[in-house]
Design a protein around this ligand. Sequence first.
Ligand SMILES: *Cc1c(COP(=O)(O)O)cnc(C)c1O
Length: 412
Amino acid sequence: MSDVLLPSVESAYSSPDAQGFYGPYGGTFVPETVIPALAELAKAYETALNDPEFRNELGYLLRDYVGRPTPLYKAERLAEAVGLGTVYLKREDLNHTGAHKINNSLGQCLLAKRMGKHRVIAETGAGQHGVATATAAALMGLECAVFMGVEDIRRQALNVYKMRLLGSEVVPVAEGGGTLADAVTAALRHWVERVEDTFYVIGSTVGPHPYPAIVREFQSVIGEETLAQLQVKGVGHVDAVIACVGGGSNAIGMFYPFLRNLPDESRPLLVGAEAAGLGIETDKHGAALTKGTPGVMHGFYSYLLQDDAGNPLEAYSISAGLDYPGVGPEHSSLKDAGLVRYEAVTDAEALEAFALLTRTEGIIPAIESSHALAMLPRLAAELGPDAVVVVNVSGRGDKDMDIVREAGLGTD
Ligand SMILES: *Cc1c(COP(=O)(O)O)cnc(C)c1O
């Protein structure tokens, strides 16, 4: 009880507890039939983490297959344009398959193999996690089925085609609005029926325990590399670190090593940028932390966009990777503890940041990542012209060309 009422700084980031709670958030709100599978997963994960062979194999794949470490690039023209002293970009856009998602898909597929499962399933919205998992499955010779809402299948034809090329089955989900939240529900339901031979590869730091902890672990390579790269570059002081937040996996992967390794007084300001869509005063956004209230969805308790009856609302963002009505439980805990600041960024602000990075540095970012980049002018106003800021560029923008063209960019 006192844990919930008096979260210490320590408990806010050394979480979760044995039941998978980050303060009051997280947990395991699933049908009883899934509990043994989650327990089996937690055990296998624990053993794998302590097995040097597993770590070596994952480390090898991250290096030679994904292309890690990704560079920490000093963006001088961008810094000048936004009025900051120094801006470093963590280049997750340079990973194989174009985003951070492959870090997690490889880790979970390796776990699946260790557990003797020959089949993996995944959910996907924009198709990025689906493509990353289909890629890892092809690499490891695993059977793969990706659940995807019918509306998303229509909007993301290229990624659907890629998954099929890679040898995966794409399973259409017609329930609800036919988008990401419905795909997660369908994947969880399917997993219940096939747990003996099937591993569920979750795409963000969401879902029932131990998934949020597993995804955090596999994405922490982002922040660990960043800390080491800052040290090599002789950067002794950083004012702020920014990442975009959909489910929260690239953000927690960047933030967690800063939370764990640095004392409060020398830790940079950590900023999560969520989707304000058409504006948080409208009902067209994905700002679960800014505008949501705590509730249960997809097996965990966290901030959530929900109606009065507790049903999840449809989220909206120009970036498909950010339109999820919930957010990972650890982010809810970090928000309440004041250890991370969360702000919402509109479609229009993200598009402006997208254009700015493209024109000043010749780097075309994902629209998701552009939400993080859009925080730079706000932070310049707050931190002043000498500040040093790190931004996680979670992915590249190739997948977003149709959307930015429709929005009218590049036609001037
Ligand atoms: C999926 C995706 C995101 C959002 O997911 P998180 O779990 O919040 O990281 C952000 N950026 C890119 C490029 C993505 O593909």
